[in-house]
Ligand binder design. Structure first.
Ligand code: CAA
Length: 375
């Protein structure tokens, strides 16, 4: 039912205008509002905080369907669900949940997750943004880069260094409101893909953030970011899966309709084998995504599983969309047929919420830990 509802929503609300929004870099404000009303923006949040109370498996089913049509809408959804709402629900205190989570989970407002900086992308412990303890508040200074929902968000979870000498154990996560004095939304990025989502730099100059807006204990900010990203990667893996399976659906349909050398191109082995390889890899990616979601729902460790799901699904998304363009031939190279957009959208899934190289680091460390535990 959840998959059908998401598919129906994507077909009726997201498909119309998706090419124009990509072209014009237009944020899908109307569709995001409807996503909130339908419960897609706080799917896993407890109903006590206006969420849908669903499991991670339901969330990835919805993410896949929405990503087939509009990966810009699905990254907005993913960040709000798995980074902002999940992070606040799991590690925030009751006052923070009442004040912020209730509005974020209902989709009344959306949130952003602010870890990356001009000089701290993969090397996330090297935070230059500072949050100096001033008694009742932190004085926040610095710049964040490539922030999804950068302008459309109302609430920002900002990682910042409080005690440089403590390294990553001196980092805090602060809840910053958009209208706090000294907070400026910087330039909007002109991107290769997911052009409907708004990605901005953010500048903080002497922003006074009340102490009660810190999430968790003093110095918990980096752990907060890592734990939250581990679940976020399941969402992005589901996004990549959706982009790939969307490309397969379009390529299969086109291959059946298009004729060359007296028969449909799907009857030519060169094309049929491409479809077979795409379908097989997509199915393998789907199983990895579902396993990671299932482990999370079971309360088991999912760090390695989510990294594997994101690594594999994003590589499959890139491969499948390139093949989908190839199957479409000249038509694949023009916007009307959607596959060129899917190919451009696929690329970011190998980069954000940890590049493919970072996922390999996480996986390798887990594999070596398991090996040393056996030894
Ligand atoms: N859960 C809990 N703690 C974790 C953790 C996890 N999954 N992973 C690491 N940590 C902890 C470690 O235990 C360590 O703490 P202690 O020293 O207290 O034990 C601390 O974090 C630092 O870890 P490392 O020593 O492993 O640090 P490192 O620098 O060697 O590597 C890294 C860490 C895994 C490479 C990390 O920096 C990383 O994940 N980088 C990628 C960052 C990223 O994903 N950015 C995405 C930006 S957000 C985004 O894209 C959102 C969007 O808009 C779509």
């Amino acid at each position: 039912m959840i998959r059908d509802a998401a598919r129906d929503f994507a077909q009726t609300e997201l498909l119309p205008g998706v090419i124009e929004r990509d072209n014009d870099q237009k944020f899908p404000a109307g569709a995001v509002k409807k996503m909130g009303e339908l419960g897609f923006l706080g799917m896993m949040t407890d109903p006590a905080y206006n969420g849908g109370g669903m499991d991670t498996l339901s969330y990835v089913l919805a993410m896949e369907e929405i990503s087939k049509i509009d990966a810009s809408a699905s990254v907005i959804m993913s960040v709000n669900n798995s980074l902002v709402c999940w992070g606040l629900e799991t590690y925030g205190n009751e006052e923070q949940k009442q004040k912020y989570l209730t509005r974020l989970a209902s989709g009344e407002i959306i949130g952003a997750f602010c870890l990356s900086e001009p000089e701290a992308g993969s090397d996330a412990t090297s935070q230059r943004t500072t949050a100096i303890d001033q008694g009742d508040y932190y004085l926040l200074n610095g710049t964040k880069n490539w922030i999804t929902n950068g302008n459309s968000a109302s609430i920002y979870l900002v990682m910042a260094q409080t005690h440089v000498s403590k390294g990553h154990r001196g980092i805090n996560c602060l809840i910053v409101e958009k209208d706090m004095d000294g907070f400026i939304v910087g330039k909007k990025e002109d991107k290769l893909g997911i052009r409907g989502s708004d990605t901005h730099s953010l500048m903080f100059t002497d922003v006074k953030v009340p102490k009660e807006n810190r999430i968790g204990e003093e110095g918990f900010g980096f752990k907060f970011a890592m734990k939250t990203l581990s679940g976020g990667r399941i969402g992005i893996a589901a996004q990549a899966l959706g982009i790939a399976s969307g490309a397969l659906e379009l390529a299969s349909k086109y291959a059946t309709e298009r004729k060359a050398f007296g028969k449909s191109i799907s009857q030519h082995q060169a094309i049929a084998f491409k479809l077979a390889d795409m379908a097989t890899k997509i199915e393998a990616a789907r199983l990895l995504v579902m396993k990671a979601a299932w482990l999370k729902d079971q309360g088991q460790n999912y760090d390695k599983a989510s990294a594997m799901a994101k690594l594999y699904a994003s590589e499959v998304a890139m491969e499948a969309t390139v093949e989908a363009v190839q199957i479409h031939g000249g038509y694949g190279f023009v916007k009307e047929y959607h596959v060129e957009r899917l190919m451009r959208d696929a690329k970011i899934t190998q980069i954000y919420e940890g590049t493919s190289e970072i996922q390999r680091i996480v996986i390798a460390r887990a594999v070596l830990d398991e090996a040393s535990a056996i030894a």
